[in-house]
Design a binder for this molecule. Sequence first.
Ligand code: ADP
Length: 406
Amino acid sequence: MNILVINSGSSSIKYRILDVADGTVLTGGSLERIGEPESRLIHHWQDPAGGRQETTRRAPVADHAQAFEMIVTVMRESGASAQFAPDAIGHRVVHGGERFRAPTLIDAEVVEALRTMCALAPLHNPPNLTGIEVCLAQFPQVPQVAVFDTAFHQTLPAKAFRYAVPDAWYQGHHVRRYGFHGTSHAWVARQAAAWLQQSPESLRLITLHLGNGASAAAIEAGRCIDTSMGFTPLEGLMMGTRSGDIDPAILVYLNRETGIDLEDLDYQLNQESGLKGICGVNDMREAQRLAANGDERARLAIDMYCYRIRKYIGAYYAVLGHLDALVFTAGIGENSPAIRGQSCAGLERFGIRIDDARNAQAAAGVFEIQAKDAPVRVLVVPTNEELEIARQTHACLMLRHQGAKP
Ligand code: ADP
């Protein structure tokens, strides 16, 4: 089954058609800078011999509807139209609130429910919804499934997802921990179990998704029991431009002292904080380059970044009571031995011991980096959110198909 996976953001659309059976990417690309004077589409596809072809187009694209038109046109022109016949479409949706605990077949009622959820994720859900509406119009015959970043975390117990704030905030305004990056945590947890040749039910894991955004999850028996992102993707670990955990009273203090308003505070916490706030750059490789050249602020930023990860490892170790494996994933987690090593330093008494040579390898696929005989396995597992969305889309349709049988 070929599944078109759509990740529709505020100014970009990423898309891929995957063969869900083996994960082959048949065609895909990304269209960026929607709404700017010049948008750019990079599109790639497999030629009949199995080689990779790529083309780049630049043109003004006013909105998401035009963006999809451009994508379809380029596919036709690139000869990939035969491949552009998806059997189903899987849409990444950032926020599913408390209602959507699993991938969901999209119909008019679901679209309306998603619309009511836009207030929970005002930057992410509206463009996700636009992508859904455009695809429903363009491909009315193709079943479409919403796959939620929050769904994997809906297994959190109330003691983990509630904040210690007035009950009315939760009852009246849905204020609770939702958690994000769920497709990535779910994917790497399952891959880790397969690698370890154990059933997910028998494992206690901590997964660390370290990309531009970053989050940790404590996973017991295949179910997430705690995660570091909260009501929004701002809470938890330090990130490229996001602060992670801070004392909320700081906002009140700054507002009183300087008059800074809420919009500005929101912007500063999401766009001007994290690595960027401390050393001026949000990209980890850049921060590492600066630190290697003696930049003290970059060194501090990296120390803070790893220290925060170590604190969460400790917290989730305590939450789980036992740890079988620690899993690193995403851009930084997969590619930076230095960050992995520094984040685990000092945890030897907890059974987390890294082997420097294994940690330094640049292997493709899953690999292990713990020292020989260390009780906790430490894995590097490449994330693959698109394939996870495709698989969840497929699973949702299969379930429905089975349910529809007499
Ligand atoms: P996104 O969250 O946008 O998907 P990624 O998962 O691609 O982001 O992660 C981007 C981050 O990964 C950037 O900070 C980048 O510097 C970092 N990164 C990628 N490769 C390396 C590397 N070899 N060493 C250190 N950091 C890396």
